[in-house]
Ligand binder design. Structure first.
Ligand SMILES: O=C(O)C1=C[C@@H](OP(=O)(O)O)[C@@H](O)[C@H](O)C1
Ligand SMILES: C=C(OP(=O)(O)O)C(=O)O
Length: 409
């Protein structure tokens, strides 16, 4: 489905209810599968959480997790450490291009039985679950934190727990801290210091309800909308926590640079455009800890016509698409002057934005959602708009609530 998006109002006052974080949801679902007394509230309605839920129930046969990176990585470690499970774990075409060798090697070091079905180092994989008794393993930490979270989430059920040694510069650190925090919440004994993480075996979890905070990555699109609107615009979002486990909550500081102020009224997050920022503003941010908001920020800068230099983007090439190349191609169509390396993005200030350009989304929900706010500046076409369901199925409905007009083409 291709859509034409236009926005008539430039000042908004609206409230949007955003579904639970997909990262917290997929971790909580795994912990609940290991410890049935764990309850979950405000779970994500994303396809990524649905495939995780479905996958966890399978004992024998094929599990297809489509585009969900977390489900792929978390379930690999889950099936490998569950005696009696025997599955073929696969996903979309893109998933068969997203590397998994670092995780598979780590699991094999622990004694797991995993085989590649097509290309070495990539899904699909065949997994025969085993009781794991070894506990010490080292792995590279500079490619994806999901490999580390996958091992940690399953660690409390291993006979002797887990002692991880992380090699290289640790990337996406807040996601590892989120995993450790959730393990602590159910009563696991963990320790994360420097490049070493330990998790002790846990026989019984606390009777806990994990209350999933709403998704901060999803909130980023509303930050971008507020930044592109006139002073006085306000959007409130629920349900958020001032002490978030999600690294993308750094949006509060990032968007202050765009004149957007954040405040909390209990669990309601209020975004308000308080000042116009000068065209001479130069945004310079390292996003190694918050890679999922890179596309949003780059597009906001383009919409505001300001210069932007983003670094720490080394993980973007192996996400739903090569996000650096996709940003370059699509922003260039709109008239941007942009350069990318394999870990940075440089955008020059722009004078104008081309109208009615068709944005291709490359099976990447964040390409669709990051470009949508530009409709506040010019009418824009987004191709394959249904991709948003990966993390935020109600996205277009919520934009309509903000008076954006969405026309199916
Ligand atoms: O653990 C998680 O929930 C995630 C970790 C990050 O991946 P990387 O660690 O691969 O950067 C992030 O991009 C992804 O959307 C979700
Ligand atoms: C990278 C993402 O997801 P995943 O790696 O879980 O597919 C994302 O949601 O931006």
């Amino acid at each position: 489905m291709n859509i034409l998006i236009a926005a008539t109002k430039n000042t908004l006052h609206q409230h949007i209810n955003i579904t639970g974080s997909k990262s917290e949801s997929n971790r909580s679902l795994l912990l609940q599968a290991l410890y049935q007394n764990v309850q979950i509230e405000n779970i994500s309605n994303s396809v990524d959480a649905q495939v995780m839920q479905k996958g966890l129930k399978v004992h024998h046969g094929e599990v297809n997790i489509h585009h969900a990176g977390t489900a792929m990585r978390f379930l690999t470690a889950f099936f490998a450490t569950q005696e009696g499970r025997d599955v073929l774990l696969t996903g979309s075409q893109r998933m068969t291009e997203r590397p998994i060798k670092i995780l598979v090697d780590a699991l094999r070091q622990l004694g797991a039985e995993i085989e590649y079905v097509k290309n070495d180092g990539y899904p699909p994989i065949k997994i025969k679950g085993k009781t794991i008794t070894k506990s010490k393993v080292s792995l590279a930490a500079n490619v994806s934190s999901q490999y580390i979270s996958a091992l940690l989430l399953n660690a409390p059920q291993l006979e002797n727990g887990l002692e991880l040694t992380l090699e290289g510069k640790i990337t996406s650190v807040p996601y590892i801290k989120m995993t450790v925090a959730l393990l602590n919440e159910i009563g696991a004994n963990t320790n994360f210091e420097g490049n070493s993480i330990t998790v002790r075996p846990l026989n019984a979890a606390n009777d806990t309800t994990l209350v999933v905070e709403s998704d901060w990555s999803s909130a980023s699109y509303f930050y971008s909308i507020v930044a592109l609107c006139q002073t006085g615009t306000e959007i409130s979002l629920s349900s958020y926590k001032a002490n978030s486990l999600q690294g993308d909550s750094v949006l509060q500081e990032v968007y202050r640079q765009f004149g957007v102020e954040t405040s909390f009224n209990e669990n309601i997050l209020k975004l308000k455009k308080v000042t116009e920022i000068p065209k001479s503003t130069n945004i310079n941010i390292d996003l190694a800890n918050a890679p999922d908001i890179a596309q949003t920020i780059a597009v906001t800068c383009f919409g505001l016509g300001i210069k932007c230099e983003l670094s720490g983007l080394h993980t973007l090439k192996i996400k739903e698409t090569d996000r650096l190349e996709a940003l370059k191609t699509e922003l260039s169509k709109l008239g941007a002057h942009i350069k990318v390396t394999d870990k940075e993005l440089f955008l020059e200030p722009s004078q104008a934005i081309k109208e009615n350009v068709e944005i291709d989304t490359y099976n990447d929900h964040r390409m669709a959602m990051a470009f949508a706010p530009l409709a506040l500046k010019v009418p824009i076409v987004v191709n394959d708009a249904e991709v948003v369901s990966k993390s935020y199925p109600d996205f277009w409905k919520d934009l309509e609530q903000l008076s954006f007009s969405i026309t199916k083409l």
